[in-house]
Design a protein around this ligand. Structure first.
Ligand SMILES: Nc1ncnc2c1ncn2[C@@H]1O[C@H](COP(=O)(O)OP(=O)(O)O)[C@@H](O)[C@H]1O
Ligand SMILES: [Mg+2]
Length: 234
């Protein structure tokens, strides 16, 4: 469904993504991990059209390399950011509606916004200002705004960052339901290995912009190259 072929992104001398190739299949939960600075968020910026790059990215058989972000969103790729980005003075309902306006062909669909609010379990908070939500609420809002675009692929960038064990359980349940009940393919960058081994079907490890390995998560976490570069650093 999403295929990256030999993609490279340079910032001056630094190749933040360096000749990376991988493929995400339809219906998968696909994990990405690697040390800080490995190029994970940059990779998301390439897929979603924020930077130009060398190589090719195909989505649903179509070359999306070089397309502007709004067209890539319209094609069905949505993302969330590592740091929750909300409009603090908007209500939850408006905040999710903003998502449904960005990149979707039909514009605002109030019934769908309502479904999304229910799906992410923010019904009680719908008239609250998003800036007043707790951390879990902000994360659910951000996921809701992405879902409001009716994506085929949802890309999550460290969705569990800063969360406690209960919040992590809650978000893992939500992500699994998005995949199973809504049929959305998911790519997730995460530091918590346990989250990745429980949720994902395939796990890609990158370091310095390069692929270390990609396999079933149980195999990946026992791979000596992964232990050396990732698990070994604390
Ligand atoms: N806009 C940018 N300009 C210059 N360097 C960048 C930029 N974005 C990221 N980098 C660098 O690229 C590397 C990868 O960063 P990033 O993709 O954020 O890593 P990760 O998300 O895996 O922690 C880092 O060395 C970072 O400093
Ligand atoms: Mg990052």
């Amino acid at each position: 469904m999403l295929k990256a072929s030999n993609i490279t992104k340079r910032f001056g001398e630094l190749a933040a993504v360096d000749g990376l190739s991988f493929e995400v299949r339809k219906g998968q939960i696909f994990g990405i991990a690697g040390p800080n600075g490995a190029g994970k968020s940059t990779l998301y910026n390439l897929i979603t059209g924020f930077y130009r790059f060398e190589g090719k990215i195909e989505f649903d058989g179509r070359d999306i390399s070089g397309m502007p972000p709004y067209r890539i969103a319209k094609a069905g790729i949505a993302r969330t950011f590592q740091i929750p980005q909300t409009f603090p003075s908007l209500s939850v309902q408006k905040g999710i509606s903003v998502g449904s306006r960005f990149g979707t062909a039909g514009g605002l669909d109030p019934d769908h916004v309502e479904e999304v609010i229910r799906f992410v379990d923010l019904e009680k908070e719908r008239y609250q200002k998003t800036g007043l939500l707790n951390l879990l609420g902000k994360k659910k809002l951000m996921i809701g705004a992405a879902l409001a675009t009716k994506p085929k692929i949802l890309m999550l960038d460290e969705p569990m960052a800063g969360c406690n064990a209960t919040e992590i359980r809650n978000l893992m349940g939500l992500i699994a339901r998005i995949n199973q009940d809504l049929g959305v393919t998911i790519i997730i960058i995460e530091h918590f290995m346990k989250v990745l081994t429980e949720l994902t079907e395939s796990l890609l490890i990158i370091e310095s912009g390069r692929k270390i390995c990609q396999d079933e998560p149980v195999k990946v976490v026992n791979d000596p190259r992964v232990i050396a570069c990732y698990l070994g650093d604390g």
